[in-house]
Every structure is written in C-alpha cells, then in structure tokens.
Design a protein around this ligand. Structure first.
Ligand code: MEV
Length: 444
C-alpha cells in the first residue's frame, strides 16, 4: 500500500511523450513503424529506413574492406523506460529472442518506483603510451610531472573542435612497472575528454603527437600508443527502487521475490563463474543499444568486463538489495565509452534513425540510458531465474526461431512454436516433423 501511494507521486514525468506502448507487440509491423515514426517525428525517408534494410551494399563498401554485402539483425524497440523523469523508447538490435520483451517488462516495474535515476562522469578517455629503456625511472617521472602543462598543450594540438567544445587533454599520469617480463617500463596515461565522440581517433591522434615529447623527457623509447578500453574515468551509473508489490507473483509475495533477487545478486558477487553469466545478461541489453546506435560494442564489452575485475576478482556489475522499506534497490556503474558523433553512428542509416528515436543530447546522456538498460536487463534475468526459471519465457520465444529454422512458412510459425512449447521439445527435428504432419493434413 505504502508503495502504491509513493508510486503515484513518482509517476510524474518530464515532457509529454510516454514510452508506455500497451499492445504494441500485437500490432502488425507496418503499424509499429508508423507509431514509432509518429513518436520520434521521423520523416518518410527515415521511416523508410526501418521498412527496408537501412545499409546498402554501396555504403557498406565504403565502411570496411573486401565487402561482400551486409549482415542484418532484428531491430526492436524497448518500451516503458523513464530515466530522470523523461520517457525514452530504446532501439535495440539483437538476435536473441526475449531480450526486448524482458527489458521492457523490467522497465515497467522500475517505472512504478519512479523510473531510473542516472548520472555519468565527464566523457574522459584514457590513452596509454608505453615507454621502455628508461635510464632513470624517478627522473623520468619527475620530468613528466614538471612538464605537464606543455604536454597537455601538445596533446591538444590536433582536435581543435573537441577543445573548442570544452574537451581535450585533462591530465597526465605516470605509472611505473619496475618488473615486467622485458624489464622496467613506464606507462604514461593521458586523460582526454572526448565530449560527444566515442573519441578513439581523437585520443589515439593525441597520443601519437605526444609520444616524441615523452621519449625526449624520459630519455626512453616509446612503443605502443593506444587508448585503454578500461575507461574507468568515463562511467555511467543507474539506480532504481522497485516497490516490492511490483515483484509479487501468484505464488510469492513481492518481499519474497525481492529477497530472492538480492540472493541471486550475492551469488554473482562471490562467484566469478556466476558473475560472467550475470554480466553477460547485462550486456545483452547494452550491446543491443550499442549496435542499434552504431557504437563500438566490443569497446563497451571490454570496458565492462575489465571493470568487473578491477578489485582483482571478477564480480557482478550490479548491486541489488532489499532496502529499509522492504523494496528492492538496484544500482549499476560501468565504463561507457559511447558517442553520438562520428563513426557508424552518423554513417549507418539505421543507426541515425535509432539515434533519432532515442533523442539524446549528449554522449553522457547516451551512456546513462545504456546503464539503465543494463540494470533493467539484469533485473529481468535474475527475477526470472530466481522465480519461474529462465526457460519458461525464453523457450516460448526461442520456439519461434526453431520453427523458422525448420523451414516453417510465416503462417505456420506460431502454430509450430506453440506445439513445441506444449510438448516441451524445442528441437529443429521435432519442428520439421510437425511441419510435415501439418502439410500432410492440408493436402489430405
Ligand atoms: C542469457 O542470454 C542471459 C542470462 O543467462 C543472464 C543471467 O543468467 O543472468 C539469462
């Protein structure tokens, strides 16, 4: 009861658009596109990108080498997200059934508690310069410290746009490694604010300009000059509180379920074998948004997993616990090196439309949305795992793919899938058998 009155108060939203899309999944695809086009103000060309494959072979040929064609993935939209009081529809490109449905469902529960509260650091990337053959390590570090200002100036040489927007080089940090398999080395970190870009090119260019000066100052030899994907100066955080009553099932009270979720999270805190799967579930959502928006999902993956092991033991990226009111509190923080200018975000037609649907104003805002998606995706997974098990919902959707893999025509996919689920035998050979039987029945 207490939760319900609080919820009413919290359901107030910023802006007039609601991300609630009741019955959306039941609409024909063309209608769904129209609804989203209206919601996001897409023009007819942009809506057409959703209607057909957005990336042409011609454009693909300009993006990578030895192009043969394109590789399409389903693009869906997750509903119900409310982040810092504003509603968002979340474009997701993913091949795995149930990811979009599950995250939308979790976002609905989170919405009932006032949605997500998120924050992000400035978009500061770390770049690394490897320095070897240094005759005097202490003197080298002192020289870097003494010349920091001019080093920062050199690092700002090459991307005047980022600098004019308030970004650019922020700090230089010297990290000695006295014992490596090849002898002592000094790693010099450049902290570089990339503003709305993911910033790989900006920081790598800055590092390459900086390296000769570092070699001079240290009397050493510089080798690798490359960004670090452990972007722990560029993190996003999402938090939420779910009223316990939102978690109630027909067999269990909401408080019981909240406790089960806390226990599931504790499993991922103590056991890396579980943490890997727990975090994979988080990345199901985050990667799907990265792909849809043309962001480098491998970079975000690398950052997330390295961050999860930052204390020397790989563990959960989330915290879920029952709070003092008996409600469920959840939180996630992770590196989020994503951008909204440059790269595929601006080149890939579908990514451009996805960005328009998402309607974020800055890279840190995009990072916060992604953190919220990760938190919701994780809630969906551990809520199911700790109660009915993952297979119930998952298999119903997986069965459709199995039916398709067995060659079911459009009009028989659902029928074959339903039969597979009712028999609890979700295998391609059984689907093929059912199809044969169905076809025979039609002929007879
Ligand atoms: C499956 O893609 C993701 C899950 O395994 C995540 C988890 O176990 O938390 C369900």
């Amino acid at each position: 009861m207490k939760s319900t009155s609080r919820n009413k108060h919290k359901e107030k939203q910023v802006g007039s658009k609601s991300s609630r899309l009741p019955g959306f999944y039941k609409r024909p695809l063309a209608e769904r596109i129209q609804i989203i086009a209206d919601w996001a103000g897409l023009d007819s060309d942009e809506a057409a990108v959703l209607n057909e494959q957005g990336l042409t072979n011609e454009l693909a040929d300009k993006m990578i080498e030895n192009t043969l064609g394109t590789f399409a993935l389903p693009l869906g939209v997750a509903a119900n997200f409310q982040i810092n009081g504003r509603d968002y529809l979340i474009p997701m490109a993913v091949e795995e059934p149930s990811v979009v449905a599950a995250v939308s469902n979790a976002a609905k529960k989170i919405r009932a508690g006032g949605g997500f509260q998120t924050s992000a650091t400035d978009p500061v990337m770390i770049g690394q310069i490897q320095v070897l053959d240094i005759p005097d390590m202490d003197a080298a570090i002192a020289a870097i410290e003494a010349n920091k200002a001019s080093l920062l100036e050199t690092a700002n040489c090459c991307d005047k746009v980022i600098v004019s927007l308030g970004g650019g080089a922020q700090d230089i940090v010297a990290r000695p490694f006295p014992n490596t398999p090849v002898g002592p080395m000094l790693i010099v970190h450049l902290h570089f604010d990339t503003r709305d870009a993911m910033g790989a090119n900006a920081i790598n260019t800055a590092l390459e300009s900086l390296a000769p000066k570092i070699a001079d100052l240290t009397n050493g030899r510089t080798s690798l000059r490359i960004l670090s994907n452990l972007a722990d100066q560029r993190t996003a955080t999402a938090r939420c509180t779910i009223p316990a009553d939102q978690l109630a099932t027909k067999d269990r009270s909401g408080q019981e379920v909240a406790k089960l979720i806390e226990e599931a999270n504790a499993f991922a805190i103590v056991d890396p074998y579980r943490a890997a799967t727990h975090n994979k579930g988080i990345m199901n959502g985050i990667d799907a948004v990265c792909i849809a928006t043309g962001n480098d999902w491998r970079a975000v993956e690398a950052g997330a997993h390295a961050f999860a092991a930052r204390d020397g033991r790989y563990q959960s990226l989330t915290d879920w616990h029952v709070d003092e009111n008996g409600d469920l509190y959840g939180e996630i923080t992770l590196p989020m090196a994503v951008g909204m200018v440059g790269g595929a975000t601006k080149v890939h037609p579908t990514a451009r439309v996805a960005m328009k649907i998402l309607d974020v104003n800055s890279a840190p805002e995009l990072a916060q949305v992604m953190a919220a998606v990760g938190l919701a995706q994780n809630l969906a997974a551990i809520n199911a795992l700790a109660t009915v098990g993952i297979q119930k919902g998952h298999m119903a959707l997986h069965a459709r793919q199995v039916a398709m893999a067995a060659g079911a025509p459009e009009e028989l996919i659902q029928q074959v899938a339903d039969q597979l689920v009712s028999e609890r035998r979700i295998h391609v050979d059984r689907a093929a058998q059912l199809l044969d039987e169905m076809k025979k029945n039609v002929i007879e």
